[in-house]
Design a protein around this ligand. Structure first.
Ligand SMILES: *Cc1c(COP(=O)(O)O)cnc(C)c1O
Length: 229
């Protein structure tokens, strides 16, 4: 068994156990293989093992890979998106996890209207207040989503966060919980076209805790492919 295949099996089992521990169905949690800097052969191997969501950070890199590997899987953008790349992003990606400002949202809406297909997005939330991180500040998110709900070519599916780094994954738990509570708060507001079914949270270091706190998509790179070069 190759290491990629083996690692994917372990990730699946770990997700299923964490889901069951907290009374969730394993099938309610999907995992994305995060493939920035990963070679094509290893991505192809992951797809062969049944991975059905690939996450990429950069539009250019993703465009080359999608041209080569095709759309038999979903491709999600998880990295920072410049507004001037919105045009490509709406054509390439099945979901964009990193919408954190009005100017970008407007441009995505405009470009999605031009291709006559709504674009699925998540709102990236910065929960820790670290200024080096992207994401909308927590307190701005309900108002931001209220405004976004007016843009009829955006399909808002939920929230995404990058948790701060800690040695002990237990320390991240309050941040994941905060994201879930924010999701529930926004869902109660019943904005039009705002779904709030997805919580994209948890990476190699902390995905188990994220699943226990309600993640519906976990984003895993190093645990599957090893350390990035
Ligand atoms: C790189 C990256 C990941 C994956 O991180 P790992 O620690 O390799 O699992 C997840 N989410 C985002 C936004 C990333 O940039």
């Amino acid at each position: 068994m190759s290491d990629v295949r083996d690692n994917i099996r372990i990730v699946r089992e770990t997700i299923a156990e964490a889901a069951l521990r907290t009374g969730r169905k394993p099938s309610d949690v999907r995992f994305m293989a995060v493939t920035k800097t990963v070679d094509d052969d290893r991505i192809m191997e992951a797809i062969d093992c049944g991975v059905d969501i690939i996450g990429e950070n950069y539009v250019q890199e993703a465009r080359r890979k999608i041209d080569k590997m095709g759309k038999s899987v979903e491709w999600h953008l998880i990295g920072y998106l410049q507004s001037n790349k919105a045009k490509y992003a709406v054509r390439l990606f099945d979901m964009i996890h990193s919408v954190d400002r009005m100017s970008l949202a407007r441009e995505l809406d405009r470009r999605a209207r031009a291709v006559d297909r709504p674009v699925k997005i998540l709102i990236e939330v910065n929960l820790s207040g670290e200024t080096t991180k992207s994401g909308a500040p927590r307190e701005d998110v309900p108002g931001f989503i209220g405004e976004l709900s007016m843009l009829d070519h955006l399909s808002i599916q939920g929230l995404m966060t990058m948790a701060p780094w800690f040695d002990d994954p237990e320390d991240v738990r309050p941040f994941f919980r905060m994201l879930r509570e924010l999701r529930d708060e926004i869902a109660r507001a019943n904005f039009p076209r705002v779904e709030m079914s997805e919580l994209s949270m948890g990476m190699t270091a902390d995905y188990e805790v994220a699943v226990e706190e309600g993640a519906t998509i976990v984003r895993i790179g190093r645990k599957i492919f090893g350390e990035r070069l």
